[in-house]
Design a protein. Structure first.
Ligand code: LLP
Length: 415
């Protein structure tokens, strides 16, 4: 599929990564337009005869060139900040296909979004609703509103990425949602357009998706009885990918099943996929800078990427496959693959069977989603470059940072 050994050398979307090592400095992220297209097209094909909108969740990977691919395919965008809105504008996204999610939108962000005529705000609280109403009134515009309901469903994923439980900060509870909708229907500056929910991320089973869909359908029916009509239901994102040996429900089966639940409601269906579109379309390429072992028999491969470049393993104990670019026929030892950052949490994988020598290239797989976007300058390390394989060519889509990017304007404040 994406990664394949050809004559013992690892290729990514037909690109020889060893060869690339002669021209590109590690570490770097590499994405594949082919894989992105394949993933998006599965959603598009499944939904082609259905009143629907796919709003790519920008937070998963917000590189402008990636966003521009989605804009050209006619996708909408799920944003969570003014910064993400600015990115979508720069990438040529269609403002009438933008949904604005998130529990803490500032007044400035709300005003900026209203002035840009985004499609809809996914509202998470009464307070937020009041602020949107005030700002819309002052601008003399009507704001399209969807209310995010918390369906109280256990998505059975990592606790840090579950969002639909009663203890989570997200959404409005089912007991309050009807009254909140009723209040909007009396507003001159707010226009009810939908209901939304999102139960979590990296969900591999179908059941939490269909269970939550059924709960939301019953709320839609209740609203109907109260003569509150909606134009859409927004299901959020959350579909998982296979990082190790998980067998996630297939994109097509997932889409078909939830569409089926909402059929009787006769509403436009919005999806907000992130990881299931971009996750397996990216890798992080890094180089072995040192090897060591300690007296307890632990072996370490130290690479030039660190937890500041990919934080998923320490943050969520997330598993990513790790492969050496030159195939090891029979790796004999197990290694912890770690970075140079001064933290014990700076690891990519533990006890991995691998053989790689100093100077060898190593690939950390399935890092297209929540990889670069979560990177930082911790330890004063420049954020890495990003490249895209497009039509058998490798193009830079973001250069590696230099020291002046790291210090910003700090020098101006030196006494
Ligand atoms: N919509 C909403 C409202 C969301 O909060 C999210 C993700 C998505 C859509 C997209 O979800 P996806 O299809 O990508 O699962 N950093 C974590 C994941 C955090 C997800 C946050 N919300 C990770 O690396 O696993």
């Amino acid at each position: 599929m994406t990664l394949k050994y050809v004559n013992e050398i690892l290729t990514f979307d037909n690109i020889d990564i060893q060869e690339l090592g002669h021209t590109i400095e590690t570490p770097y992220y590499l994405y594949s337009e082919n894989i992105i297209n394949r993933n998006v097209d599965e959603y598009i094909n499944e939904l082609k005869n259905i009143d629907s909108l796919i709003c790519y969740s920008v937070k998963a990977n917000s590189n402008l060139s990636i966003l521009s691919l989605f804009a050209k395919k006619g996708l909408g965008f799920d944003i969570v900040s003014g910064g993400e809105l600015q990115r979508v504008i720069k990438a040529g996204g269609d403002m009438s296909k933008i949904v604005f999610s998130g529990v803490g939108k500032t007044d400035e962000e709300i005003e900026f979004a209203l002035k840009n005529n985004i499609y809809c705000f996914n509202v998470e609280s009464q307070g937020e609703l009041d602020r949107i109403e005030t700002i819309a009134t002052s601008l003399n515009v009507k704001a399209n509103i969807s209310l995010r309901v918390n369906p109280e469903i256990d998505a059975k994923t990592h606790p840090y990425i579950t969002t639909g439980l009663s203890e989570n900060k997200f959404g409005i509870s089912q007991t309050d949602i009807l009254n909140t909708f009723k209040m909007i229907s009396n507003s001159k500056s707010l226009n009810i357009c939908g209901i939304d929910y999102h139960i979590g991320s990296q969900i591999v089973d179908l059941e939490p998706f269909t269970d939550s869909a059924k709960r939301v359908l019953s709320i839609i029916n209740e609203l109907k009885r109260e003569h509150i009509s909606l134009s859409h239901v927004d299901l959020g994102g959350g579909l998982g990918i296979s990082y190790n040996d998980e067998l996630p429900v297939k994109r097509g089966d997932y889409v078909r099943s939830v569409v089926e639940v909402f059929k009787e409601a006769n509403l436009k269906i919005i999806f907000e996929p992130g990881r299931s579109i971009i996750g397996d379309a990216g890798i992080l390429v890094t180089k072995v800078i040192e090897k060591k072992n300690n007296k307890y028999g632990k072996n370490f491969i130290i690479v030039d990427a660190g937890m500041n470049d990919l934080i998923r393993p320490p943050l969520y104990n997330a598993f990513h496959k790790i492969s050496s670019v030159v195939k090891n026929i029979a790796p004999t030892d197990s290694f912890d693959v770690v970075g140079p950052v001064c933290e014990t949490a700076d690891f990519f994988g533990k006890d991995r069977r691998l053989s790689a020598n100093i100077g060898d290239l190593i690939v950390i797989e399935d890092t297209g989603a929540y990889g670069f976007v979560l990177s930082s300058n911790y330890n004063s390390r420049p954020r890495v470059a990003e490249y895209l394989v497009s039509k058998n060519n490798v193009a830079c889509i973001r250069g590696r940072e230099i020291f002046s990017d790291i210090i910003g304007d700090e020098e101006d404040y030196l006494e």
